[in-house]
Design a protein around this ligand. Structure first.
Ligand code: GLC
Length: 743
């Protein structure tokens, strides 16, 4: 189902629209300095003096008001009662749905389906716009390789190519063909930049990222979003290489404006301007306001350093008035593009009802495609209805409509959720008796008091479904974990249930906001279906996958470590001077006593974990098997500037139709700087009937092989490239080609 015209052109990058620029200049000429500074201030809806400040022209935006009548009242005050009559931007975090809650972004990213994700963002935009919201603080496109960081839940994973494609899809969904269209809202690419690289995965802490990596990895999704026309950018909380993003001229002036030509506006994150004092780069709020304005923060979120201190800074000459005019122009430009001057008010009757069938159907499809089948020993899944008389359903997350929604759910309602247990009841009816037990009071319970009941229902049933994982509070902003194993007594519960199952299938369904370390349970259970936090329709999606109505097709957008001590671990690692032998493993218990100093292989690995992850980036099983063959570049040699064509054969070897995400990886064997052993360059989602074969073609401009060299030049270097095509970053079917200089 495609909610938008599939042939829609990419929205124009926000270049100068002459009429708007003329209108901006004309309006600026009529504004007082106080009114100009007012446009640079966003206040939370609970601000005590909000109406007075809007009436006096001191507010350019509000956030966190979603009562449409209140929004219309505030717009009326701004437009009709203030002297200058400029409408408000109304912001809200619509991170993965408004009232119809979609899977959390890391879950959506597991679909590797830009079109579906775009449609999901459109559903979110339409439901939010019906409440007067015209700006959302999404997509979050921080690249992260650290599952300790709670905000990995909001991310689109570890890879810049995948994150760019999916982040652009969300921008397109939110902003539509035109920002002035009904249901379109301004998007905000965040958090600019490097937030996903915070030390030890601790939120808000420092990020130290070499500029080569910053440009080749972290900046790329933001550049793609800017090229796609994202209306706004949000600065990150963290300091980057010693300079907080909120006061980082390199990022906001050189990269964003000069290199990329961004013409939207930059908003601070919540209170991050005064927090420059905490960072220790400003003695007080006055200097913090000065540093932020000079660096390129156009609008201040929630705090009041700008309204309090910009007048004095302008008076003293520390901030020149033309800079203020530029900042105000950036804000006004979006208001004109949104059509707010023509229609500042919202008529909710002009929108589809919340949770309407099309919205729920899309959430359902996205949940289906977001679940990743991590393991499936001996084909334990799919479960076969006709072979079961009874099924044990165990776990505190089996019937919890609140927790399955995940983090950053402001306007969703747990009562709308279809839970896993209810969906199994609906799917199985009386044909299969469900024996239900919580096993644990809550996901973090350490008590084994409820284990006996879980053991009993296990013994009474033909198969077991355990629904475990994290409650939603354990991920999201400021919710980081140093130990990323299953919380509480869950591992002991799994052990107890598996011990009582005596050979029956024990299926583990995990709901979580991050990759968890599952090595200790992976070989105990029959199969693991990773559902992330799947949103409103998570239950039916999980039930249908468990019983084979659909085959799982999700692929991991982020690497799963064996142990948290391996972090950061990801697919695009460097080879090092001492790469471990391919496929080597290591377990600390197997090392001989008094093993000679150099007997274990002097290479890059952990004695207790080896060097490989538990599940690799791009991994995801299906109920069929897809075989890849005949991977080859069309030519042995290409010139810089040409299109490299890579062919592959794929075949569905099984007896059921299923979807697969075919992935193309390359390795630049020799570069002027060290290059990753694998880099994702392209992917295709395809559906194949049983026995069907297809020829795949990937067309790769040589520019896609570019990287930044030691002198920070963006280069495409001649040399030998290896290519692989397969169903994960561990693809083995490969080929090679030579890249030579253009004549
Ligand atoms: C938060 C988050 C940001 C969010 C903003 C508004 O602190 O860092 O992602 O959009 O404040 O809620």
């Amino acid at each position: 189902m495609n909610l938008m015209n599939a042939k829609q052109p990419l929205p124009r990058a926000p270049g100068a629209d002459h009429d708007d620029e003329h209108r901006i200049a004309e309006l600026l000429s009529r504004m007082t300095l106080e009114e100009k500074i007012g446009q640079l201030s966003q206040l939370n809806a609970d601000a005590g003096d909000l109406r007075e400040r809007i009436r006096s022209g001191n507010v350019g935006s509000i956030l966190n008001e979603v009562d449409v009548d209140t929004v219309n009242e505030l717009q009326r005050i701004a437009v009709k009662e203030s002297r200058i009559g400029i409408p408000l931007l109304v912001g809200r975090d619509v991170i993965h749905g408004f009232r119809t809650i979609l899977p959390i972004p890391i879950g959506q990213a597991s679909s590797w389906n830009p079109a579906l994700i775009r449609d999901g963002a459109r559903v979110a935009a339409v439901e939010a716009a019906a409440h007067g919201v015209n700006w959302t603080f999404a997509p979050m496109i921080d690249i992260t390789r650290d599952p300790r960081w709670g905000r990995i839940a909001e991310s689109l994973g570890e890879d810049p190519v995948l994150c760019s494609a999916l982040g652009v899809a969300m921008v397109q969904g939110f902003q539509g063909d035109s920002l002035a269209d009904s249901g379109s809202i301004a998007a905000c690419a965040k958090h600019f930049v490097g937030y996903g690289g915070v030390e030890a995965g601790v939120d808000y802490s420092s990020a130290s990222i070499p500029e080569i990596e910053l440009r080749d990895v972290h900046l790329r999704p933001f550049e793609a979003a800017v090229e796609a026309g994202v209306a706004t950018i949000m600065a990150a909380f963290n300091d980057l290489n010693g300079v907080p993003a909120t006061a980082n001229e390199f990022l906001m002036r050189q990269v964003l404006r000069e290199e990329w030509g961004f013409s939207g506006f930059v908003v601070s994150d919540w209170n991050s301007i005064p927090e420059l004092v905490n960072h220790g780069i400003a003695e007080d709020d006055v200097r913090a306001a000065c540093a932020a304005a000079r660096a390129g923060i156009d609008m201040e979120m929630a705090s009041r350093a700008y309204p309090d201190h910009l007048p004095g800074l302008i008076e003293s000459g520390a901030i020149p008035l033309p800079l203020i005019d530029d900042m105000v122009s950036n804000v006004l430009r979006l208001k004109y593009r949104l059509g707010l001057f023509e229609s500042p008010f919202t008529d909710p009757r002009s929108f589809p009802p919340l949770l309407d069938a099309a919205h729920l159907a899309l959430a359902h499809e996205l949940a289906l495609q977001s679940c990743v089948l991590l393991s499936n020993r001996d084909g334990a899944l799919p479960l076969k209805r006709e072979a079961l008389r009874s099924l044990a359903v165990i776990g505190p997350l089996a019937d919890d409509g609140y927790e399955q929604l995940g983090t950053w759910v402001f306007d969703g309602d747990a009562r709308d959720s279809r839970t896993c247990l209810r969906a199994l009841q609906a799917l199985l009816g009386d044909a299969v008796r469900l024996n239900v037990a919580r096993g644990l009071e809550g996901p973090r319970s350490r008590s084994e008091d409820l284990f006996p009941e879980a053991i009993r229902v296990t013994q009474e049933s033909d198969a077991v479904v355990l629904v475990l994982g994290e409650d939603s509070i354990l991920s999201g902003e400021a919710h980081c974990r140093a130990d990323i194993s299953l919380p509480g007594a869950q591992e002991r519960l799994i052990e107890a249930v598996c011990g009582a199952a005596s050979g029956k299938p024990v299926i583990l369904v995990v709901m979580a906001g991050r990759p968890l370390t599952l090595a200790s349970v992976c070989d105990r259970v029959s199969a693991i279906l990773y559902a992330w936090h799947p949103g409103t329709m998570g239950g039916p999606a999980i039930a249908e996958l468990l019983f084979g109505l659909r085959s799982p097709s999700g692929k991991l957008p982020v690497t799963f470590p064996r142990m948290v001590g391996q972090v950061p671990i990801h697919h695009a690692r460097k080879n090092t001077g001492r790469p471990p032998a391919p496929g080597m493993t290591s377990h600390i218990d197997t090392i001989d006593a008094r093993a000679p100093q150099t007997s274990l292989g002097m290479t890059a690995f952990h004695l207790d974990a080896g060097y490989t992850p538990l599940f690799a980036f791009g991994h995801g099983l299906s109920y069929t098997h897809f075989s890849y063959s005949q991977v080859r570049a069309a030519r042995d040699q290409y010139r810089v500037g040409e299109i490299v064509e890579v062919f592959a054969q794929i075949r569905n070897e099984g007896d059921r139709e299923a979807e697969e995400v075919a992935q193309l990886y390359v390795r630049d064997v020799v570069g002027s700087v060290t290059r990753p052993v694998r880099e994702l360059k392209a992917f295709q989602r395809i559906r194949l009937a049983p026995g069907e074969s297809r020829s795949l073609v990937f067309r790769l401009p040589t520019d896609a092989l570019a990287f930044h060299d030691a002198r920070l030049r963006r280069v495409v270097e001649p040399g030998r490239f290896l290519v692989w095509v397969g169903g994960s970053s561990e693809a083995t079917e490969g080929s090679a080609f030579e890249l030579i200089e253009a004549p």
